[in-house]
Design a protein around this ligand. Sequence first.
Ligand SMILES: [Zn+2]
Length: 163
Amino acid sequence: MQVLTWPNPLLSLTAKPVTDEERGTAAFQSSIDEMIAIVKANEAVGLAATQVGWDRRVFVMKSMNGEPWEHINPRLLHADEPKLAQEGCLSFPGVQPEYLEAPSRVVLGSTDLLGRTKEFFLYDLFARCAFHEIKHLDGITMLDRMGKLQRRLFLKAYMRARR
Ligand SMILES: [Zn+2]
């Protein structure tokens, strides 16, 4: 498992929901473990399955106490007004975090490995991360959330960093 970087076309695919049969398999669990290992190794906040070419609605993030936390079939049940703050992405390595609009408070609904549905009230970094990762699962990268000029400047910096 490897982190795909932009412009890999797989980053634009919409991920499929996880079924109950699939959820209980060893292969499913080990894919999640691999994603958690990537988050830890990169000291990242979160990672979406689409970023590793896994076509499923799954993301992992660091929890408030730093423990790895998987979210299966996640949905935003509520999001407050967007605010500007800095955001980075493992699929755009080598560039500075970029100012983007995202909600600073969300209610995240997701299921766990046993299929139990839960709701979480997330703030600030964690709200932004959940928003960012769910966008990934719909094939939307941070680049797609930028205006024209910001996009142009960001791409310029990104291409320079990749040379
Ligand atoms: Zn990302």
